[in-house]
Ligand binder design. Structure first.
Ligand SMILES: [Zn+2]
Length: 194
């Protein structure tokens, strides 16, 4: 009796070990073990839920993101109006953010084999925003000068998706993505990041 119980236990252990080793395809959002114990809510409406990789949450980095986020939010409407566009929705932004390890490793930003297997864009990226996931994923090297540009660019996509501008571009997903991409680049310039 004892033996069979032990055997069952060891089989269970083996099964859970196999599960832990299994690499999951297509789960873009962070897993529970990747989430911050306490999410960081920025006043602009962005909530940072995952922060892993080449940096750790620090007051300076949070302050920088807070300021970039508020600046982007305040400039969204004036910018799209300058382009002759209007977004169908308004109100407070609510968006999720993940700071993900750079590179191709498992669960990293350019892991297009597993985590981002279903990503629309296959190229090497610094940031990616998913409408259906309501999440933005960016590089974790927050001190690199490029980070401000990446953050602002992805903020544009996040606001465009949240406020319904993205869906208004076209019926075609390819056209939607292309149009939004061009606008995000113009927005970065408009905000003074080149
Ligand atoms: Zn983009």
């Amino acid at each position: 009796m004892l033996r069979s119980v032990l055997l069952t236990l060891s089989m269970l252990l083996a099964a859970s070990q196999a599960q832990a080793d299994e690499r999951i395809i297509g789960h873009m959002k962070p897993f529970t073990n990747e989430l911050l114990n306490k999410p960081i809510s920025l006043p602009c409406g962005v909530t940072i839920r995952e922060w892993r990789g080449q940096s750790k949450p620090s007051p300076e980095a949070i302050k920088m993101m807070d300021s970039l986020c508020t600046k982007a939010l305040n400039n969204f409407k004036p910018f799209i109006e300058s382009q002759g566009l209007r977004s169908p929705r308004s109100g407070s932004l609510s968006w999720n953010w993940s700071i993900v390890p750079d590179g191709h490793c498992y669960r990293c930003l350019n892991d297009t084999k597993f985590r981002f297997a279903e990503r629309f864009v296959r190229d090497e990226l610094w940031g990616y925003t998913g409408r259906d996931q309501r999440y933005t994923f960016t590089i974790s090297t927050v001190k690199r000068p490029i980070f401000k540009k990446v953050f602002t660019h992805e903020m544009f996509h996040a606001m465009s998706m949240y406020y319904g501008l993205y869906d208004q571009h076209s019926q075609d997903d390819y056209v939607k993505t292309e149009t939004d991409e061009q606008l995000a680049e113009k927005f970065v310039e408009y905000m003074g990041y080149h």
